[in-house]
Design a binder for this molecule. Structure first.
Ligand SMILES: NC(=O)C1=CN([C@@H]2O[C@H](COP(=O)(O)OP(=O)(O)OC[C@H]3O[C@@H](n4cnc5c(N)ncnc54)[C@H](O)[C@@H]3O)[C@@H](O)[C@H]2O)C=CC1
Ligand SMILES: O=C(O)[C@@H]1CCC=N1
Length: 270
């Protein structure tokens, strides 16, 4: 029987997941229902255009689905949980993708024994290359974890982790696509600055990022070793490396992750 998936919140991440899950053939648009705020006409329209059911009633989403994905901003989570509490009866699974919101917080706002998992996907799920991690709640069963794993593995990789990892994972792979897009934008700008057509510069930059990531995943070698192999003695790359060190490239990235991590923790405490 087809899996019925509901989304509470129909924004950027919900849309990436809906397109990813349906492209993967894990479910079909007619088995998907998603809700948005009544002021959010554009998200409701996108859902309809995708062939899914759009609604403003969160309880309808839970009632009509096997799994309910909670994809609203963290500050909206308490009011949504209060709304759906009584219809989210165990063993129905709640999959929260809200940054920073702990399993304890989620479970304490649901019925006793509610089946909950906390998940951090990223937007490349849209193109079946997502990076997802999840932590299991107290009452989520083995079956729930298997289902979560198969759902998110259909749109990329998916790892089960201790919940204590989730905030930093949010800052690395949840937010990570934005760091990568900024890098690609900067690389292609540099190409344009030196006379390349933008389209060519962007394609070369993106393929370079893809290839480098693939080398890390497939060879298992430390990135520092492979970086060394690109730097020919007295060549041009080592000059670029020197400049990146001088400009604080590594520290800038590590500081960016720390900023996102701290914001994630703060959102969990609000
Ligand atoms: N954008 C991303 O790349 C990722 C986002 N997330 C998490 O997903 C959640 C949503 O993020 P985005 O999709 O980026 O936000 P968004 O602003 O694009 O979407 C939020 C959605 O929630 C809806 N909404 C607002 N109030 C509602 C209510 N009372 N009931 C039902 N729906 C309501 C809005 O209409 C909108 O469709 C956040 O908690 C975020 O931390 C997690 C992983 C990645
Ligand atoms: O920026 C955010 O709040 C969300 C969480 C991870 C990616 N986007």
């Amino acid at each position: 029987m087809a899996l019925k998936v509901g989304f509470i919140g129909a924004g950027k991440i919900a849309q990436s997941l809906i397109k990813g899950f349906t492209n993967a053939g894990l479910t079909a648009p007619q088995h998907i229902i998603a809700s948005a705020s009544k002021n959010d006409v554009s998200d409701l329209e996108v859902i309809q255009k995708l062939g899914c059911t759009a609604t403003t009633k969160n309880t309808a989403v839970v009632r009509q689905s096997d799994i309910a994905v909670l994809a609203v901003k963290p500050n909206i989570v308490p009011e949504v949980l209060a709304e759906i509490r009584d219809v989210l009866e165990p063993p129905k699974l709640l999959v929260s993708v809200a940054m920073g919101i702990t399993l304890r917080k989620l479970e304490s706002s649901c019925l006793e024994n509610a089946h909950v998992v906390r998940v951090m996907p990223n937007t490349p799920c849209l193109v079946a290359t997502g990076a997802t991690a999840f932590a299991s709640g107290r009452y989520a069963s083995e079956e729930d974890c298997e289902l979560t794993k198969s759902l998110f593995s259909s749109v990329g990789t998916c790892y089960q982790v201790p919940e204590s990892y989730m905030d930093v994972i949010t800052a690395i792979s949840g937010s990570g696509p934005a760091y990568m897009f900024m890098t690609l934008e900067a690389l292609s700008d540099a190409g344009v600055r030196h006379g390349l057509p933008r389209n060519l510069a962007l394609k070369l930059a993106a393929q370079t990022m893809l290839g480098s990531a693939k080398m890390v995943l497939e060879t298992g070698q430390h990135p520092a070793v492979m970086k060394g192999e690109v730097c020919s003695p007295a060549g041009c790359t080592i000059d670029a490396m020197h400049m990146l060190e001088k400009e604080g490239f590594r520290a800038a990235l590590m500081n960016a992750v720390e900023a996102a991590y701290l914001r994630t923790r703060e959102a969990g405490e609000e």
